[in-house]
Design a protein around this ligand. Structure first.
Ligand code: 6R9
Length: 646
């Protein structure tokens, strides 16, 4: 064993949790040895209109490439998240909504009320032409109507594509067009940390570049004065008056699409990750239950935005499939003060908080007193997701926030995987700070070398998954070839995650970060190619190269090298302008943290930019630039080093 500290399973968790250490080994073993019966048994978690008789049917081989789960089953996802709970817990709170401004009152919706709201929303979508299989874009703040809109799509079989409210009009337009979406659901305005977000105005701007868009449904959230386009824009509250209260759920095949969610990759524009109905919901529900040992009565809080996969799977689908009480938070962790998260915990007696390392690092920096002045007595479990958690942040979460009594559930997964893949179970898994620990049932991780050789024992390599699991994405919307190419071509027969990983002597997995050109900024994925394309759109820019750099709060920051067109002068004003340009083109999360003007970029003789060198300079590690002799012009490196931006 290495010197890493180990936190054994607390006695009461071992006794009380659904799964203990022996239970985990048994379940995991069975899931790999007899996947057919294991998954058909698990499928009983859901309410099926027609129960499936086949579990997984898949091949990752190019000549027979296909992925299906429970393909002969029929169900409706919204009915599984709402209707089936009405008899047993109709009066239990399904959603607690905590507003941006703590002076305002929270709102609560029981399962019965959620049913009524979702039916009404579904009928408004239908009345405006949305049908099974249509793509509905949801560009919303974190208000209850966002949840209603998502579940309403699932109810009528429309495919939702939620676009994060922080994305720019251009990014929104691209996502509307890519999936030929004819309808957008939005709000007049959003609010975050006391500041308005002009959502409707952004949709108007996006509409100019998105000819497929025909209908915009606008929820009144802040009451701001917004322009309405006759014949295209509809106020939700007006439309809702004239629709029936009930909307029967549409029977869906298990493999019918549920949603598209755009995510950044190493090349080109964002990919529309497609998830289907049965397997996805099963995965979201099962992992929510296993990783967090969810029990009726527990107040569950996933502090993500529904614009990301974490919000899809762990604010909505997983918890609601399990009949949970799920908290939805409109605000930000640091406003009005860095105590906010812990105040919300106390206000609603939250049992589990699930958040990102970047938020923890930001709060940690503000000092322990912001935590100490709150009780947090209700907390039993703490979760993290989105990026590797550094052991200091892990320990702070464990000691300061959880006062040593709450296991930390570090869940590794991706938009593509639908739900947690490698993560502890509180009653089963001893913890090591910084490790996502062990695989979920049915997940077969392997570490491979660049040549694809499977590495055994304690080692480090590229992380692949050797078999399909129910929550796996099924395609890239509109580009099945890209799906295969991106994930299954590097290591034939295996799903390549894009992450590097170490496995220790105990079989624990330690994700080391992306090995492709994706950077992880505050737990959000950014493709370096996307930021580069935005920069070169600027009339004064000839070329740009973007790399990640270490950042103490965001995990990684964005470092951009920019070459201007001949005759253009660099200046601090232009630097500011370019940073704002990217912000406007993509959104605030893509704003470069550092921008260096570079007369030339280090290229090989064949014209390939040597990012390894750019990364080293961005990191400030200029003493080990390695071999630069293969560069077309080695002198550019001296200039880059001399003018590094810190
Ligand atoms: C859920 C989500 C996926 C990428 C993934 C990896 C990183 C996520 C992590 C983690 C280490 C964890 N990542 N969780 N790295 N430990 N617990 O974040 O999805 O936005 O698609 O990002 O995030 O690099 O490949 P997504």
């Amino acid at each position: 064993m290495s010197e890493v500290e180990v936190y054994p399973v607390p006695g009461e968790w071992a006794k009380r949790a659904r799964v203990d250490a022996a239970g985990y080994e048994k379940m995991y073993g069975l899931s790999l040895a007899d996947p057919g019966s294991f998954w058909l048994e698990q499928a009983k978690r859901l309410d099926w209109i027609k129960r499936p008789e086949i579990a997984g049917d898949w091949s990752f081989q190019e000549d027979d490439f296909h992925i299906q789960w429970f393909a002969d089953g029929k169900l409706n996802v919204a009915a599984n998240c709402i209707d089936r709970h009405l008899k047993t817990r109709g009066d239990q709170t399904a959603i607690i909504w905590e507003p941006d401004d703590p002076a305002e009152d929270p709102r609560r919706f029981t399962y019965k009320q959620l049913h009524a709201e979702v039916c009404r929303f579904a009928n408004v979508l239908k009345a405006n032409g949305a049908r099974k299989g249509d793509r509905v874009t949801i560009y919303m703040p974190m208000i209850p109507e966002a949840a209603f809109a998502v579940l309403a799509c699932a109810r009528i079989g429309a495919i939702h594509s939620v676009v994060f409210g922080g994305f720019s009009p251009d990014a929104l337009a691209g996502r509307i067009e890519d999936c030929d979406s004819t309808m957008v659901v939005t709000a007049d305005e959003g609010r975050r940390g006391g500041k308005p977000v002009a959502l409707k105005a952004n949709v108007d701007e996006a509409a100019k570049r998105a000819p497929s868009l025909r209908t915009v449904i606008v929820v009144k959230a802040t009451g701001a004065d917004v322009a309405m386009t006759e014949g295209r824009d509809i106020w939700y509250h007006e439309a809702a008056k004239s629709v029936p209260a009930d909307c029967p759920p549409e029977p869906m095949g298990a493999e019918d699409p549920l949603f598209i969610l755009y995510t950044s990759g190493s090349t080109g524009k964002p990919k529309g990750v497609l998830h289907t109905s049965g397997g996805y919901l099963l995965w979201a529900g099962l992992t929510h239950e296993l990783c967090f040992d969810y029990r009726p009565g527990d107040i569950w809080w996933c502090a993500a935005d529904i614009g990301w996969v974490t919000g899809h799977s762990y604010i909505l689908y997983g918890p609601l499939a399990n009949g949970a009480t799920t908290l939805m938070f409109e605000g930000v962790p640091t406003w009005p003060t860095p105590s906010r998260i812990w105040e919300v915990v106390d206000r609603h007696q939250v049992h589990t908080v699930f958040t990102a390392p970047t938020a923890l690092r930001a709060l940690m920096k503000e000092g322990d007193e912001w935590v100490a002045k709150t009780s947090r007595g209700s907390l039993k479990l703490l979760g993290t997701v989105g990026e590797p958690i550094n052991p200091e942040a892990w320990r702070w979460y464990h000691e300061v926030v959880g006062e040593g009594r709450c296991p930390i559930i570090d869940t590794w997964w991706q938009t593509e995987t639908g739900g947690a893949m490698i993560a502890p179970m509180p009653g089963a898994t001893a913890l090591k700070p910084g490790s996502a620990t062990r695989p979920m049932p049915g997940v077969e991780p392997q570490l491979v070398d660049p040549g694809g050789r499977v590495l055994d024992g304690a080692t480090e390599g590229n992380l692949v998954i050797a078999r399909s699991w129910p929550g796996q994405m099924r395609t890239v919307w509109g580009d099945h070839a890209r799906f295969f190419q991106t994930y299954f071509s590097a290591y034939p027969g295996k799903y390549f995650t894009g992450d590097g990983c170490r496995r220790d002597e105990d079989g624990y997995y330690w994700i080391t970060g992306r090995v492709d050109d994706v950077i992880n900024v505050s737990g959000h994925r950014m493709g370096t190619a996307e930021v580069e394309s935005a920069l070169v759109l600027h009339p004064q820019v000839a070329e740009a190269a973007v790399v990640g750099m270490p950042h103490d709060v965001k995990g990684q920051g964005i470092y951009a090298y920019v070459t201007l067109n001949a005759g253009e002068e660099s200046s601090d004003d232009l630097r500011t302008e370019l940073r704002n340009w990217v912000r406007k083109e993509i959104g605030p999360i893509a704003t470069p943290d550092a921008l260096q003007f570079a007369p030339g970029l280090p290229k090989t003789r064949s014209g390939k930019i040597m990012r390894r060198i750019l990364r080293k300079i961005a990191e400030g590690d200029v003493s080990s630039l390695g071999d630069t002799s293969t560069l077309a012009d080695p002198t550019v490196v001296d200039d880059l080093v001399a003018n590094r931006v810190s």
